[in-house]
Design a protein around this ligand. Structure first.
Ligand SMILES: Cc1cc2nc3c(=O)[nH]c(=O)nc-3n(C[C@H](O)[C@H](O)[C@H](O)COP(=O)(O)OP(=O)(O)OC[C@H]3O[C@@H](n4cnc5c(N)ncnc54)[C@H](O)[C@@H]3O)c2cc1C
Length: 451
């Protein structure tokens, strides 16, 4: 909006700006942790972010030698490289199958990204490319992995990537999630900002200031009527939109917003460590992100559990080890680890011991390195950011239907029935993740309406 010459003011309820892209010394002095998001393939991968000169505003993305490692109990690991061929070569008899699944998506990304990073209901610019992608990938991750791959290793790799959706791996379109995330590793890498996720928000705020905009932390919006503006873009979850704009919305739409379903929550633990994580599979040390969950069956069980109100005994744990590649994150010789697993929405169960047991399983001796930990269950996460309802980091379940009707079935999901009021959070397409596309597409809709 500011780039289009509009006067922009950002009102943020919390005392620090950034929402899901903030960093803080959560454990001990000198240890810098990401409060929410931590690994950012869709910063280089976002058509919106690619237009912004964020490098001029202090953003430097670090690419670890390998985006991802997935270790197994036998002390081996699958490594995902920037190179699709190198990754395929590490998969043994599944080498060709991996290439066949990923190559068309990586090579055809130019035609696909407009459709995948936008509302699924919009008329795609390249319907043939989208249809081919659909035939290849829009099915359950468990089904896709078993149909395409023979080995446990390749199946587990796809399952781990699909588990980012927080949807049971037996459901469609989790296969597409997994494939797109793997493709993003080959296309863009899985980098993170030097100095913490906060640097993304800081760079955007610096650019906004240069364009004449301003930001006000500690200013919760309780009613859009309080804002002196003809156009209001709301980076809020649907039930919050109903609260702050309800008076201007038709009752049916407001009721749909209140009913909008949230998915499982995140249970997050950050560690300050006395040394690097002692991986049984040494190649894990080269990867920025490590998926701890063993086989596809184990990961599938872990992802099913929260939907059934259960807590997995051996949860699938997502781990990032920034300090190995970014010296600003910890004092010399010390390290950090960022981890979380999925739990039922709003769960109050402490998963710390189960997360630590999963790390210890693949890195014996880990526990002895722990100098400090920060534990954030769903309630604490929500207290840091009201968009994380019950710990749901996707701002709404990412089921097939809720990717289409996000937040409600409407031709332009960003435009609410109230004139001048738009929804621009991850509760709109394309959904969760740090890519800026929800805001970008909402902004474009608002600018079109203002013409
Ligand atoms: C633990 C965790 C790990 C994650 N890991 C990753 C990752 O590695 N990579 C990735 O890409 N994504 C990750 N995500 C997801 C990512 O952070 C979100 O999808 C993304 O931040 C959503 O952006 P958003 O603008 O919709 O909302 P947010 O970033 O949540 O911002 C919304 C802002 O609006 C403010 N707000 C809400 N209501 C009001 C109000 N009434 N008045 C004023 N202000 C209000 C909130 O305080 C918040 O600051 C993670 C999230 C969590 C919680």
């Amino acid at each position: 909006m500011a780039r289009a010459g509009r006067r922009v003011a950002v009102f943020e309820a919390e005392d620090t700006l950034g929402g899901g892209v903030r960093s803080a010394e959560l454990t001990l002095p000198g240890f810098l942790h990401d409060v929410c998001s931590s690994v950012h393939p869709l910063v280089p991968g976002s058509p919106f972010f690619r237009q912004l000169p964020l490098g001029e505003h202090g953003l430097e993305m670090i690419h670890p030698p390998y985006p991802l490692a997935h270790p197994f109990d036998d002390g081996s690991a699958v490594l995902v490289s920037r190179s699709l061929d190198e990754t395929a070569a590490g998969l043994g008899v599944d080498e060709d199958a991996y290439r066949k699944l990923l190559r068309p998506i990586v090579d055809g990304w130019g035609d696909l990204e407009d459709a995948l990073l936008a509302p699924l209901v919009a008329a795609p610019k390249h319907p043939v490319a989208l249809a081919r992608f659909g035939l290849r990938a829009i099915r359950s991750a468990a089904g896709l992995a078993r149909a395409r791959f023979e080995t446990d290793r390749a199946r587990a790799l796809l399952g781990g990537c699909a588990a980012h959706s927080m949807v049971p791996l037996e459901q469609s379109p989790t296969g597409a999630f997994g494939v797109v995330l793997l493709a993003s590793a080959h296309l863009f890498g899985w980098p993170f900002p030097r100095g913490g996720a906060q640097k993304i928000a800081d760079a955007m705020l610096s650019l906004l200031a240069r364009l004449g905009g301003s930001a006000y932390p500690g200013e919760a919006v309780d009613s859009v009527d309080d804002l002196d503006s003809e156009t209001v873009l709301c980076d809020v979850v649907p039930r919050e939109l109903a609260r702050i704009a309800g008076r201007r919305l038709p009752a049916r739409y407001a009721a749909a917003l209140r009913r909008f379903p949230h998915g499982p929550g995140a249970f997050k633990v950050d560690f300050a460590l006395d040394g690097p994580i002692p991986w049984k599979a040494p190649e894990c040390a080269q990867a920025g992100t490590v998926h701890l969950g063993g086989t596809l069956d184990e990961i599938a069980e872990s992802e099913r559990a929260p939907w059934q109100g259960r807590h997995a005994q051996r949860p699938f744990v997502l781990l990032a080890q920034h300090s190995r590649f970014d010296e600003t994150r910890a004092p010399a010789g010390k390290h950090t680890a960022w981890t979380y697993c999925h739990v039922p929405n709003g769960s109050a169960v402490d998963m710390t011991a189960r997360i630590e047991a999963q790390i210890e399983r693949f890195a014996p001796g880990f526990r002895e390195l722990v100098l400090g930990r920060s534990v954030m269950g769903p309630a604490v996460l929500e207290s840091h950011n009201r968009n994380l309802v019950g710990g749901d980091l996707n701002a709404g379940a990412a089921t097939f239907w809720r990717l289409i009707a996000r937040p409600a079935p409407r031709p332009v999901p960003y435009r609410t029935p109230a004139e001048g009021v738009y929804l621009c959070s991850a509760s709109t397409p394309p959904g969760g993740g740090v890519h800026g596309m929800c805001g970008y597409l909402a902004g474009r809709a608002a600018l079109r309406d203002a013409l």
